[in-house]
Design a protein around this ligand. Structure first.
Ligand SMILES: C[S@@+](CC[C@H](N)C(=O)[O-])C[C@H]1O[C@@H](n2cnc3c(N)ncnc32)[C@H](O)[C@@H]1O
Length: 218
C-alpha cells in the first residue's frame, strides 16, 4: 500500500492502475458492502480539501474492497438488519482508480459524487429495469450488432430443432431493453417458442401465436 501512495506522489498513477487491476484475484466477482457505511465513507472523503489526503483515503478503501481483512472502517460489516449494496468488484475498483488518476480535486470529487449516486440512487426508466446509474455493470446487454454473435445460445430449453428459429439472444436482448419484469410479451410468429423460453428466464409473461399446428403442439 505504501508503494501505491509513493506512486501517487510521483504522479505515476496510470501504472498504478494497471498494476492493481491485474493483481486483483477476484476481478469479476461482486462485493457486498454495508451501504450506509460505504456512503458515509464516500461523503467523508468528498469533504477533504486536498487531493493527496483524498487519494490516500481512496487507496485505503480500495485495499478494503480487494481484501476485507484490511477493513478497519466496517464497510464490509454486514449486520442482519442493515442495508447492503452489491457491486461488481472490477467496476468498483476501476471507478476508484479513476479517482486516483484525477489531476484536480474538483475532478476527483466529481467521480466520487458519481460513485455515491450510483450506489445510492436506482435510476430506471419506464421501459426497462436497467439501473442507469450503474450501467457499466451490465455485461449482459449486448451493444454490438446481433448479427455478429459468435454462436447461438443452446443452453437450457433451447434445443434448436426448428429450421427457422430465432437466435435466443434476439428476444433476450429485446426484453432486457424494452420490458420490465412482469410485463407481457407477444410473439405472433412463435415457431418453436424461443420467445416464451426467454420470457420464462427473464420473469416476463409470454403469449404466442403459431399457425402451424404441428409446430405449435411439439
Ligand atoms: C421464422 S418462424 C419463427 C421461429 C421462432 N422465432 C422460433 O424461434 O422458433 C415463423 C413462424 O411463423 C409462423 N407463421 C407464419 N404465418 C403466420 C401467421 N399468419 N400467424 C401465426 N403464425 C404464422 C410459421 O408457421 C413459422 O413457424
Amino acid at each position: 500500500m505504501r508503494k501505491e501512495i509513493e506512486s501517487i506522489k510521483t504522479n505515476n498513477t496510470e501504472q498504478l492502475t494497471l498494476k492493481n487491476l491485474e493483481a486483483l484475484p477476484m476481478n469479476r466477482r461482486s462485493v457486498i458492502l454495508n451501504k450506509e457505511k460505504f456512503i458515509q465513507t464516500l461523503v467523508e472523503i468528498s469533504m477533504l480539501q486536498d487531493l493527496t489526503s483524498l487519494k490516500s483515503r481512496i487507496i485505503v478503501l480500495k485495499d478494503i474492497i480487494t481484501n476485507h481483512k484490511n477493513d478497519k472502517e466496517g464497510i464490509s460489516n454486514i449486520d442482519v438488519n442493515g442495508d447492503t449494496v452489491s457491486l461488481r468488484r472490477d467496476v468498483l475498483i476501476s471507478e476508484l482508480n479513476q479517482i486516483l488518476e484525477s489531476q484536480t480535486l474538483e475532478r476527483a470529487k466529481y467521480y466520487l459524487k458519481r460513485l455515491k449516486n450510483g450506489v445510492q440512487k436506482v435510476k430506471t426508466s419506464k421501459v426497462n429495469d436497467i439501473n442507469l446509474s450503474r450501467w457499466k455493470e451490465y455485461d449482459e446487454i449486448i451493444t454490438d450488432s446481433l448479427w455478429i454473435l459468435d454462436k447461438r445460445d443452446t443452453s437450457g430449453a433451447h434445443l434448436g430443432w426448428y429450421w427457422g428459429n430465432f437466435i435466443p439472444q434476439i428476444p433476450h436482448q429485446m426484453m432486457l431493453r424494452y420490458t420490465k419484469k412482469g410485463d407481457w410479451f407477444i410473439d405472433t410468429f412463435l415457431g418453436s417458442g424461443t420467445t416464451l423460453i426467454e420470457c420464462k428466464r427473464l420473469g416476463r409473461n409470454g403469449i404466442g401465436i403459431e399457425l402451424n399446428q404441428e409446430v405449435a403442439q411439439k
